[in-house]
Write a protein that binds this ligand. Structure first.
Ligand SMILES: Cc1cc2nc3c(=O)[nH]c(=O)nc-3n(C[C@H](O)[C@H](O)[C@H](O)COP(=O)(O)O)c2cc1C
Length: 181
């Protein structure tokens, strides 16, 4: 077998509560199959839509969603998770999380990790077109881009509502092409 050209990376995957959060499982699975280590953090709302245990099963690493999870508080705290990661990718990212990031808000673990991270932050937004086009969201995206955050997508396509327009989350392979692997 030919040796892989890419070195294994430690990747923190943030998952927000979007209708596209099932695509984050494909992303996690593809990264693991390529030999990378993935640890997942779900926003508390995302953990209501999709089970953290599913990400645990796919990545073979415990998936976190609670900022005050006892095992995090006494063991692998947010700083050690930040130190572990080569970079952080939030996919899907909601309008809510993008807005909080633009203000440096840290009221859940996913956000705290973004603000305490050492490496690059990649964001793959997912939302309905009217949200993506909204002036608040535009200003927050622009602010984050100025801070060096890298956006992957969204693309124009079919949305959860059934309509078509900008706001569809990029597919896993497209996200992977844009990561420093
Ligand atoms: C089924 C469902 C799908 C949703 N999809 C999206 C979405 O794709 N994008 C978005 O910005 N918000 C979406 N929302 C709204 C967010 O879940 C809501 O704004 C939430 O507060 C975001 O929390 P989080 O950013 O902490 O994950 C959805 C809500 C529900 C119930």
């Amino acid at each position: 077998m030919r040796p892989s050209r890419t070195k294994s990376k430690n990747i923190l995957l943030g998952v927000c509560s979007s209708a596209a959060c099932f695509k984050a499982l494909t992303l996690a699975s593809s990264l693991v199959k390529k030999g990378h280590a993935v640890k997942t953090v779900l926003s508390p709302s995302a953990a209501k839509l999709i089970s953290p245990q599913l990400f645990g099963a796919v990545t073979k690493n415990e998936a976190f969603s609670e900022q005050f999870n006892p095992s995090l508080v006494s063991g692998e705290g947010h700083i050690s998770l930040s130190d572990w990661a080569d970079f952080y990718v939030i996919a899907p990212a909601t309008a809510n999380t993008i807005g909080k990031l633009a203000s440096g808000i840290c009221d859940n673990l996913l956000l705290t990790l973004a603000v305490s991270r050492r490496g690059a932050l990649f964001i793959a937004p997912a939302m309905e077109s009217r949200m993506w086009k909204n002036g608040f969201v535009r200003a927050n995206v622009s602010m984050l881009k100025k801070s060096g955050v890298k956006f992957i997508g969204p693309v124009t396509g079919r949305l959860a509502s059934g309509s078509t327009g900008p706001g569809r989350m990029s597919e896993a392979e497209e996200i992977i092409k844009n990561l420093p692997l």
